[in-house]
Structure formats: structure tokens, C-alpha cells
Design a protein around this ligand. Structure first.
Ligand code: KIV
Length: 259
């Protein structure tokens, strides 16, 4: 088993797993110093490309961004989201996941879903491709983006699906917007560490979209905490540049080539 994955597994019930998304090299290099896991999420569809849903994200786009991220991630475990319609059968999943692994040198892939995707998860793991699961809100197929676990039957289904993924051998599961008590129950009843987003501190780790955390995106999700306002910082710097160029204060002699 990959050493980095073993390290993640060992953290269960010991210390929290830190995970953030990245779509490019420079941000990835910063995150690499802090994160156990860096995820090239297909959230890049809405965050970078303004797509209405992650369904529009292609395998080629994921591969290109992942190649960039790979240049920045040296220590953390790098996971790449398999986009919508790239794992509809075991054969398709294996072909596409192999391509992702080969082209990006990532450590693992993430697939959304429960019972339906078990055959795909199993074939990838059998072929030594580590898999991260994703339950709760499933952006690739979701119709209603409200938190999961309100009703008894829904809670039962999600818990059962977490157990199925766990038995299939996933090394962790993202729990997206799952009710607090249910996320605790899942975390306590499976071997794989759970990584929460909008699923309370009961999870074994937490993940956020980096653009949300640093205030680069304008989203206002309940589960996001903005730790800084990079938009403000960039605005200030760019405005200063503009004024200095206009006043001929930039570039100075030291920024120019003189003989
Ligand atoms: O696509 C993504 O960024 C994700 C995380 C939010 C978990 O799946």
C-alpha cells in the first residue's frame, strides 16, 4: 500500500486529516506544506469555468489541471476527481482511471456515489488504484442541494452505502453536507477515515475548496469559513500597480536593463 495512504489511515481516531482542493501548481505548493491530502476536485467546473454543474467537466480538463497540481504537491497525498460519465461501468472506470494515474502521477482517484458504483470501486482497487469515496450531496448527479440525513430512510441508505464503500476497500470517504449525528455514526462505524465538508467536526478530517477559504470566490455556503480576503489583497496590489504606472513610478531603473 502507498505510504501516504497508510499515513492517512493511521490518523483515524488519532489526529484530524487536513484536506484542501487545488487546481494549479502555485496554490498546490502552498497547500503541500499544510495538508495531508490535496484534492483536484471537479468543483473546478464551477469555481474556474463558471459551469452550471460539475457534469460539464471533462476528463481532459481534470488531467490538465492535475498535471499542474502535481508540480506543486510533493509531500501530500494527491487525489483526482473522476468526472461525471467517466465511470459508468467497471470497464470504463478502469480505462479512465488508468489514464488519469498514468498522465498525472496522482496517488488516488475519487468517485461519487454509493451502492451503484461498488463494482467500479472494486475493479479499480483490484488493479491497485486507490479510491476515495464521496457520499451525501453528490454534485455530479444531485437534483436537490440540501443537506442529507433529514429522513430515517435517507440516513439508513447513506450509512449502508458508507459501509459498502468501506467493505469495498476505499481508503477514505468525503461526506458532503451530512447531518451531524449521521456523520458521527458513519465515522464510528467504518474503518476508512471520513473527510467532512459541511458535515460537522465529527468527521476524521475536513476539506474545503481553497478559493472559498481564502475569499477568492464569492460563494456564501453555510459550511464555509473565509479565513482571509484575498480578493481585497489582490485589489489593493493591482490598484497600486495601476497608480504607479500612471504616475511613472513603476518601473524604476532597478527594474530596467541598463548598459
Ligand atoms: O469537487 C470537489 O472539490 C469536491 C470537494 C468539495 C470534496 O468534491
Amino acid at each position: 500500500m502507498n505510504k501516504k495512504i497508510r499515513k492517512i489511515l493511521k490518523k483515524k481516531n488519532k489526529s484530524k486529516i487536513i484536506c484542501l482542493t487545488s487546481y494549479s501548481k502555485n496554490i498546490a505548493a502552498i497547500l503541500d506544506n499544510h495538508c495531508d491530502l490535496v484534492l483536484v476536485g471537479d468543483s473546478l467546473g464551477s469555481v474556474l469555468y463558471n459551469y452550471k454543474s460539475t457534469r460539464e467537466v471533462t476528463l481532459e480538463t481534470m488531467i490538465n489541471h492535475s498535471k499542474s497540481v502535481r508540480q506543486g504537491v510533493k509531500k501530500a497525498l494527491m487525489v483526482v476527481d473522476m468526472p461525471h460519465n467517466t465511470y459508468r461501468s467497471p470497464k470504463e472506470a478502469l480505462k479512465n482511471a488508468k489514464l488519469v494515474m498514468k498522465k498525472t502521477y496522482c496517488d488516488a482517484v475519487k468517485l461519487e456515489g454509493g451502492k451503484k458504483i461498488i463494482p467500479m470501486v472494486r475493479i479499480l482497487i483490484k488493479n491497485k488504484i486507490p479510491v476515495m469515496g464521496h457520499l451525501g450531496i453528490l454534485p455530479q448527479t444531485e437534483k436537490k442541494f440540501t443537506f442529507k440525513g433529514k429522513r430515517f430512510d435517507e440516513r439508513k441508505k447513506i450509512l449502508n452505502e458508507a459501509k459498502l464503500l468501506d467493505d469495498a476497500g476505499v481508503f477514505s470517504i468525503v461526506l458532503e453536507c451530512i447531518e451531524t449525528k449521521l456523520s458521527k455514526k458513519i465515522t464510528n462505524q467504518i474503518k476508512a477515515p471520513t473527510i467532512g465538508i459541511g458535515s460537522s467536526s465529527n468527521c476524521d478530517g475536513q476539506v474545503l475548496v481553497i478559493d472559498d477559504l481564502i475569499g477568492l470566490s464569492q460563494t456564501k455556503f453555510k459550511f464555509v469559513k473565509k479565513y482571509t480576503n484575498v480578493t481585497k489583497i489582490i485589489n489593493k496590489a493591482v490598484n497600486k500597480f495601476k497608480l504607479e504606472v500612471k504616475k511613472k513610478q513603476f518601473p524604476k531603473k532597478k527594474h530596467s536593463f541598463n548598459i
